[in-house]
Design a protein around this ligand. Structure first.
Ligand SMILES: C[S@@+](CC[C@H](N)C(=O)[O-])C[C@H]1O[C@@H](n2cnc3c(N)ncnc32)[C@H](O)[C@@H]1O
Length: 187
């Protein structure tokens, strides 16, 4: 079992690997897990990030945690995979990302890191913090063939100490009607 990163919350299980919930239909599960069953590098761990509690009073997520660069991260570089519970049931979670939708649109698979996950669950949205995100979510297949949601730096390097910030998308904020957070931006 992997050691928990520093500043990990007590009420969340640290799991650098994806876990699979019973709500995923078998044919979708085999598509997500992939056909190559071999152990691959656990990309749910990264030495280039650290979890910090935000103390800056002007930060919109003050007193929460955020994910920061522990060293310089070059542009277009894989930072970490987002791990959690992969599921196909309905969830109301602020830690749930879409991983896969089938063509008919009747199966939506998400990765929910509300109860288990890795450092990636602490990535905040850029709104109210910076002009634009410095990282993006992107699906990829791991060496073992597993479909994962990964986090990459965008077109500029991320400086050591900078917060890693993505766009959750306008829809994420609209769905939550969060006062004071602008959703005018195009992403
Ligand atoms: C996936 S979590 C991010 C990690 C979270 N800060 C924590 O400590 O667990 C998403 C939550 O972070 C907060 N958050 C993220 N980005 C934010 C932003 N730009 N402004 C305000 N709150 C933000 C909101 O409370 C949101 O529901």
């Amino acid at each position: 079992m992997s050691a928990k990163p520093s500043n990990w919350p007590l009420n969340v299980v640290f799991s650098p690997q994806q876990c699979y919930h019973s709500s995923i239909p078998a044919h979708v599960l085999s598509h997500i897990r992939g056909s190559v069953h071999k152990n691959s590098k656990a990309d749910g761990r990264s030495s280039s990030v650290s979890i910090r509690t935000i103390t800056d009073p002007s930060h919109p997520a003050v007193r929460q945690r955020g994910l920061f660069a522990a060293k310089k991260i070059p542009q277009h570089t894989h930072i970490i995979d987002y791990s959690g519970e992969v599921h196909a049931d309905e969830r109301e979670s602020d830690y749930d990302l879409t991983l896969y939708r089938n063509r008919d649109g009747d199966v939506n698979v998400g990765v929910d890191a509300s109860k288990m996950g890795n450092e990636a669950r602490f990535i905040n949205d850029y709104r109210g913090i910076r002009d634009k995100p410095n990282a993006v979510f992107q699906e990829r297949r791991s060496d073992s063939g597993e479909l994962r949601m990964s986090v990459w730096s965008s077109s500029l390097p991320i400086k050591k100490g900078d917060e890693i910030l993505v766009s959750y998308g306008k829809g994420w904020w609209r769905a939550r009607s969060v006062d004071g957070v602008s959703v005018k931006e195009s992403t």
